[in-house]
Design a protein around this ligand. Structure first.
Ligand code: GLN
Length: 356
């Protein structure tokens, strides 16, 4: 059983009853023994779901309908930089909504955690990712903002907050930031960008409405265009797991060792992922995994086990909420088998001294 991934030296704990208990110390040798278990779990989970045919590629962005629905890759990267893979982890898909996590991270780094909370909000909308009604309900006059940076309206507004003196400067700083998380230079999949830019009238309307309601301060068309570009960045399962592992490791990429974001800011990003990472199915997701996660209509899902690992699955067919069917099943299974749900605790057997 894998319960701890790094050596933990904690102070002596005191139970609610007042008895002192010794902390569990997992040595490096014990941890290294557990490593083959992770590979076996990935291999077995891959085999189990290899032939699953449920769900359907997104087709409201025409380029996404053409992606091979059979594409299936799993990567898990531990917080100390070990990489485990199964299936196709090299073929790129568009990052889509998973990008929203990293633009949120950028704006929290830039402005601190309070600004996002006060302006866009950090609450679930309970509605679809591109809901226009959610904008109406989120208005401050109605007690809002009941919005967040991981659904389209909040995400376009978050992108509009990134500092820069020109669109090119803003874009380069966003792409550079994503690349630091992934540990390699990422690029845009131009066919996806062109396809979405030609068909994203709904997002343009969302951008305009967010401007009308004061969430976007200027130039909503530019914000929507940069948002569309950020959604078209190409990533494979390995890139996504590396990005997730950087969040799992206090904002430091565990392979390049670059500190990409301040450790203190990471929990704010993870909490919004826990609240809204799988849109209106976020509650269901948390119920089964206990982990912050984020999906994208390109077919990727990332999940973060803080201090332990980042995991990513790429498989394009989606369910009705817009989340990859196979990626949800696979990550749920991996989390269960690795006992990575932070709410899952085995009661301790403590030898009591004296009578109580
Ligand atoms: N670019 C997509 C859109 O705006 C992203 C949506 C998603 O991944 N859920 O519609």
């Amino acid at each position: 059983m894998i319960t701890v991934y790094r050596a933990v030296l904690a102070a002596t704990l005191v139970t609610a009853g007042g008895a002192a208990i010794a902390p569990t110390i997992v040595t490096r040798a014990q941890r290294d023994q557990q490593q083959p278990v992770i590979q076996r779990v990935l291999d077995e989970t891959f085999e189990k779901y290899r032939n699953l045919k449920e769900g359907k590629n997104a087709d409201y962005i025409p380029a996404l309908a053409k992606v091979n629905p059979e594409l299936f890759g799993i990567t898990l990267v531990t917080a100390d930089g070990k990489v485990y893979t199964a299936g196709d982890v090299g073929t790129q898909v568009s990052i889509q909504s998973i990008s929203k996590v990293f633009t949120l991270a950028k704006v929290i780094e830039q402005d601190g955690p309070e600004k996002i909370e006060k302006t866009i909000g950090v609450d679930a909308t309970g509605m679809r990712f591109n809901s226009i009604v959610s904008i109406e309900f989120s208005q401050k006059s109605l007690g809002g903002p009941e919005m967040n940076s991981l659904v389209n309206p909040g995400a376009i507004a978050t992108t509009s907050m990134v500092n820069g003196s020109s669109a090119a400067e803003i874009w380069n700083s966003i792409l550079g930031y994503y690349s630091d998380f992934a540990g390699r230079p990422l690029t845009v999949l131009d066919d996806v960008y062109q396809s979405e830019a030609a068909t994203n009238q709904r997002n343009q309307a969302i951008g305009a409405l967010m401007y009308a309601y004061g969430y976007i301060k200027a130039n909503p068309a530019q914000a929507t265009d940069i948002y569309t570009r950020q959604c078209s960045v190409g990533v494979n399962a390995k890139d996504l797991a590396m990005m997730a592992a950087t969040l799992a490791n206090g904002g430091k990429n565990p392979v390049t060792n670059k500190q990409v974001m301040t450790p203190d800011n990471v929990p704010y990003v993870l909490s919004v992922m826990a609240t809204a990472g799988l849109y209106d199915d976020s509650g269901k997701w948390l119920y089964h995994t206990g982990l912050p996660a984020k999906s994208g209509v390109g077919g990727g899902i990332i999940a973060v086990a803080p201090g332990k690992f980042g995991v990513a699955v790429v498989s394009p067919p989606l369910d009705d909420a817009g989340n990859s069917v196979r990626a949800q099943k696979v990550i749920r299974e991996i989390v269960a088998r690795l006992h990575a749900n932070p709410y899952e605790v085995r009661p301790r057997t403590v030898a009591t001294t004296g009578s109580r």
